[in-house]
Design a protein around this ligand. Structure first.
Ligand SMILES: Cc1cc2nc3c(=O)[nH]c(=O)nc-3n(C[C@H](O)[C@H](O)[C@H](O)COP(=O)(O)OP(=O)(O)OC[C@H]3O[C@@H](n4cnc5c(N)ncnc54)[C@H](O)[C@@H]3O)c2cc1C
Ligand code: FES
Length: 256
């Protein structure tokens, strides 16, 4: 983990709700899919708290990283207004990555909403390693789908209203491909909590391992404040999303 000032290379609107930002990466540590950074958008202390964002890619030869983010409140509004060559303050890489499946496994990657970033990163890693995967991205409607070549080429798109791709949720699609699941299938998911819970339910009913990355609201991002605690099924009954997570085995989470 390192704090550094990153130079923005590009920052584009890629759907009605998503932006993609590419920035320089200074630490010697290579970030892995599932890990995140915390960002301060302005040099002053307003907004006071840094915000966490999962990395959506790492381009080693250029030493650049990317995030895909949704404009939601003060920090993401500031980020959306940034131009190339402006600076942002980064701490990272933080948290634990997704495990990488083996050659005999088939990975099913499921992304919903702002969970798209880490799943794109994982998908590109599996592709580079020539591992087998099916990637699924769920959005409300066609205009929410990121205009990103990699997503278009590698993801099955699901929309709630059927305006693009499969009509239904990612869980509906998952159920429709149940016949493709074998004992070597592993699920990986990031997105809204109800989607993660559905993925866990599906995995449990098919006796499959499932890893989820949780997007808990965070304060310090480095394990000091307990602000991101989630309930887990084993002792001591809670875990810090920023330190023990954000990736957890889905059965470790207390979904109630
Ligand atoms: C590990 C991790 C990875 C993340 N990765 C991404 C990412 O790749 N892309 C992305 O767009 N966002 C991601 N997030 C969420 C991101 O941190 C928030 O969107 C961020 O707080 C927005 O900052 P803001 O100042 O613009 O809005 P805020 O004022 O912080 O929030 C605006 C509104 O959104 C709600 N909100 C904020 N964060 C969340 C959340 N995690 N879940 C549900 N509601 C929330 C707040 O309650 C508030 O109502 C991630 C969060 C975590 C913990
Ligand atoms: S955000 Fe402070 S402990 Fe996780």
């Amino acid at each position: 983990m390192q704090q550094f000032s990153a130079n923005i290379f590009s920052n584009s609107k890629i759907s009605n709700c998503f932006y993609e930002m590419v920035f320089s990466w200074k630490p010697n540590t290579i970030p892995l899919p599932g890990q995140f950074v915390t960002i301060r958008a302005e040099p002053n202390t307003s907004p006071l708290l840094r915000r966490p964002f999962a990395l959506s890619g790492f381009y080693e030869s250029k030493k650049r990283c990317s995030i895909i983010y949704q404009k939601r409140g003060p920090v993401t509004t500031l980020l959306a207004g940034k131009s190339p060559d402006e600076q942002i303050d980064i701490i990272g890489p933080l948290g634990n990555p997704f495990p990488i499946p083996g050659k005999k496994n088939k990975a099913i990657l499921i992304a919903g909403g702002t969970g798209i970033g880490p799943v794109v990163f994982l998908c590109s890693r599996l592709k580079n390693l020539n591992l087998e995967y099916i990637s699924i991205f769920g959005a409300k409607t066609k205009s929410s789908i990121p205009d990103n070549q990699f997503i278009k080429q590698n993801f099955v798109i699901c929309t709630d209203d059927g305006s693009a791709g499969y009509k239904g949720t990612t869980t509906d699609y998952l159920k429709s491909i149940s016949n493709l699941m074998t004992s070597d299938t592993i699920l990986f998911a990031c997105g809204p909590q109800p989607m993660l819970k559905s993925c866990n339910d599906f995995a449990c009913s098919h006796k499959l391992p499932c890893y989820v990355s949780v997007e808990q609201i965070m304060a310090c991002g480095v394990g000091a404040c307990m602000g991101c605690a989630i309930k887990i099924t084993k002792e001591p009954g809670f875990a810090r999303a920023c330190k023990e997570g954000p990736v957890f085995k889905s059965t470790e989470i207390d979904w109630n």
